[in-house]
Design a protein around this ligand. Structure first.
Ligand code: AMP
Length: 226
């Protein structure tokens, strides 16, 4: 469906952006664009980009605006983004937001719908350091809140559960600091434009999905089903 609109999911690492972004992108029928996923993919394929960004990501620091904008511009030029898309983990700095505004304008898109997924720091730490992902099917668990039946093994396919390289306590601290310094000010940027919605993301995944579905429905003036 032609919606000509971008959705932006802001929020600290561990707020559940990835899970929610996948669900809502499906609901809206638009591609889910996660800059973190794109870069992890480049790292695992060993591309030139991957070789540059891999060590930066390992340290929990932000990749340069120039590289990120180039990647996004290339991705947005693909035909599947013609009618809209949902950004997850982008923009993360003010120059990225300003760059995105220019791109959206040139594509004839309306103002983006921006959602800030807000969660307290203690919960974030628990979600991030407890996160484990199945190496086979990608199913996500949490050793504290949503553990598998057998320690370290995926319930679905018996795959080994692994921890993301940047989910260790030390790197998580850096990622949260980068968020506070560079990304948090974006909420004010979008609030001033009158396009910001804040959602309490400490609630359950399904409750958060419902709240997001309502926002999307209002924005599009149509029914949403999750
Ligand atoms: P994420 O999967 O969104 O948590 O991103 C993982 C890592 O990728 C971040 O800690 C950064 O190193 C890098 N990254 C992802 N998106 C961006 C972005 N928009 N700007 C700069 N760095 C990014």
């Amino acid at each position: 469906m032609a919606i000509n609109r971008a959705f932006i999911f802001l929020g600290p690492p561990g707020a559940g952006k990835g899970t929610q972004a996948k669900r809502i992108a499906k609901l809206c029928g638009v591609p889910h664009l996660s800059t973190g996923d794109m870069m992890r993919d480049a790292v695992s394929r060993g591309t030139d980009l991957g070789k540059v960004v891999g060590p930066i990501m390992q340290r929990g620091e932000l990749v340069s605006d120039e590289l990120v904008m180039k990647m996004i511009e290339e991705r947005l030029a693909q035909p599947d983004c013609a009618a809209g898309c949902l950004f997850d983990g982008f923009p993360r700095t003010l120059p990225q937001s300003e760059g995105l505004d220019r791109i959206l304008e040139s594509k004839g898109f309306g103002k983006p719908v921006v959602v800030d997924l807000s969660v307290g720091e203690e919960k974030l730490l628990r979600r991030l350091t407890g996160r484990r992902t199945c190496g086979v099917g990608g199913e996500i668990y949490n050793v504290y809140d949503a553990p598998p039946k057998v320690d370290g093994i995926c319930d679905n396919d018996g795959g080994k559960l692994v921890q993301r390289a940047d989910d260790t306590a030390e790197v998580v601290k850096q990622r949260l600091a980068a968020y506070d310094r560079a990304t948090k000010p974006l909420t004010e940027y979008y609030r001033r434009q009158g396009v910001l919605h804040v959602v309490d993301a400490s609630a359950s995944m399904d409750e958060v999905s419902r709240a997001l579905g309502e926002i999307v429905k209002r924005a599009e003036g149509r029914n949403g089903h999750l």
